[in-house]
Design a protein around this ligand. Structure first.
Ligand SMILES: *[C@@H]1O[C@H](CO)[C@@H](O)[C@H](O)[C@H]1NC(C)=O
Ligand SMILES: *[C@@H]1O[C@H](CO)[C@@H](O)[C@H](O)[C@H]1NC(C)=O
Ligand SMILES: *[C@@H]1O[C@H](CO)[C@@H](O)[C@H](O)[C@H]1NC(C)=O
Length: 471
């Protein structure tokens, strides 16, 4: 019954959103998580506070003995062996074996009404085992959260060494002490294990579910479905969608299902679908960020082609005639979102835009000369830098048609080389300067990526990486 309720709670409110980004945590990644987790569990268990104990026992031949144990402290605790395994459908289970602890405390006894005795003792426990399952869910903010369930501990053999007092007493009541302490310790361990597990949640809460990109955009990385746990990995589906800062508007396209290949040699795999990159195009185009004024100052001085009415007048005599001796300016902008396509080892971008040419009058007024419609095909290289995805573009080809002319008819084709040059030297470098800064990947806290590889596959980019947490 409660399992069903848990399952129901895991179903996100908005059904059937395909993730734009997928994250796979492999056994290698879990192993790294185990190392970090065990260090913190060990610290936690060293804080076990054993409350003072007292009791009485009938001990032949002296009759009733009352005893009390006080000031008990863990002096040593080791968790030399632990295994973290995946439990398909649920989460992971943690088995700790061969653990040991040593505890020091004081004892005091009273018997035959008035006889008192006291001293100290050392208790050693060996062969301590702890097993617990860790459930992995999605919290209300779309971040993963973990909790410990079904924790069981068993304490192996114990040895007690007494110091001080009358030694003949030791044998008489050591078995009582052994039992009382075992009971007490047994009750303490699982709650601390549960604490150590929930202590991971603040860390998981650092997942950048809304990653700030720049003044135009942010990326949503919240989970859109519950974690899927199989025999070999944990799969997370993240929204992976760019939005305008503040005003979230859905693009006219949606994510299509994709699945990551069965690679497991890295700790973590991140698949970024073309939906994610195309949602970026949608946002930047809508924000008017994909537009640029090109002036003559942006053309290298060595170029014989200048942005002036003399250069353009050579191809369109009307311009030379009506606007002699003026500098020009071009407005290059997209008119719809660029379409990015991922094919194996090949990233291409198709941009549809316009180029508007102006003559700059001596009083700085811009006189429009013509508007061209342009289709540009661009190749891109993508790479990971820090915890960001970056890129660089090269222009493949452009196709232009006349949109509107203020200077009569002319052969658009004759301007191909000029515009190819302008895009290559003035526009692409600006775009690349932005792409070089990168876009945040999903990340937790102070996460660094090492041994990172990137592959372009059909419909998505696959990043395989190991992670290293620093602090
Ligand atoms: C996980 O739990 C299952 C069932 O409780 C058990 O059979 C399995 O051995 C456990 N795996 C690990 C690694 O502890
Ligand atoms: C890359 O893909 C584009 C469009 O799908 C195609 O035109 C181009 O030839 C491809 N390039 C390579 C090197 O495969
Ligand atoms: C600027 O100069 C142009 C051409 O001489 C003229 O048509 C236009 O009215 C002038 N604009 C202003 C604001 O003076």
């Amino acid at each position: 019954m409660s399992a069903w309720l848990t399952l129901l709670a895991l179903i996100p409110l908005t059904l059937a959103i395909n993730p734009g980004v997928k994250v796979k945590l492999t056994e290698k990644g879990l192993e790294y998580g185990r190392e970090i987790g065990m260090a913190s569990l060990q610290k936690k268990l060293k804080t076990i506070k054993v409350p003072d104990l007292s009791g009485s026992a009938k001990v032949a031949p002296i009759g009733k003995v009352t005893y009390s144990l006080t000031g008990m402290q863990i002096v040593n605790l080791g968790l030399p062996k632990s295994v973290l395994g995946l439990v398909p459908g649920t989460g992971v289970n943690l088995s700790i074996g061969n653990a040991f602890l040593n505890l020091h405390g004081n004892w005091r006894v009273r018997y035959l009404k008035f006889i008192k005795d006291s001293g100290s003792f050392d208790l050693g426990i060996k062969g301590l085992t702890i097993t617990t399952s860790i459930a992995i869910k999605s919290d209300e903010t779309g971040r993963p959260s973990v909790s410990s369930i079904n924790c069981v501990t068993s304490l192996g053999s114990a040895t007690i060494k007494f110091h001080g007092g009358a030694s003949w007493l030791y044998n008489l009541f050591s078995s009582y002490i052994d039992k009382a302490l075992r009971n007490s310790l047994q009750k303490k361990i699982c709650p601390l294990v549960a604490d150590a597990v929930t202590d991971m949640n603040p860390h998981l809460k650092t997942l950048n579910v809304l990653a700030k990109v720049d003044k135009y955009a942010e990326i949503e990385y919240s989970m859109v479905e519950s974690p899927a746990i199989s025999k070999s990995c944990i799969d997370l589906g993240l929204k992976g969608e760019f939005y305008n800062v503040g005003a979230h508007q859905e693009p006219p396209f949606s994510a299509t299902p994709f699945s990551l290949p069965p690679q497991i040699s890295n700790m973590l795999y991140i698949g970024i679908s073309s939906f994610t990159t195309n949602s970026a195009g949608f946002v930047y185009n809508k924000a008017g960020a994909l537009s640029l004024y090109v002036t003559d100052g942006m053309i290298p001085p060595s170029s014989p082609i200048r942005l002036n009415t003399r250069t353009f007048g050579a191809f369109i005599p009307q311009i030379a005639k009506r606007f002699p001796g003026l500098m020009m300016k071009l407005l290059v902008k997209t008119v719809q979102e660029p379409i990015i396509t991922f094919e194996p080892n090949n990233v291409t971008l198709q941009a549809t835009g316009t180029v508007t040419a102006y003559a700059i009058q001596p009083n700085t007024t811009l006189s429009p000369l013509f508007v061209l419609n342009m289709e540009a095909s661009v190749s891109a290289r993508v790479y990971v830098t820090g915890v960001k995805l970056a890129g660089a573009m090269t222009l493949n080809k452009i196709q232009m048609t006349l949109g509107k002319s203020y200077v009569g008819d002319f052969q658009v084709k004759s301007l191909d080389n000029i515009f190819l040059m302008v895009l290559k030297v003035a526009v692409i470098p600006k775009v690349n300067a932005r792409l070089e800064k990168g876009y945040p990947l999903p990340s937790l806290g102070k996460m660094n990526l090492v041994n990172t590889q990137l592959q372009v596959l059909k419909g998505y980019i696959l990043i395989g990486t190991d992670v290293l947490f620093t602090g």
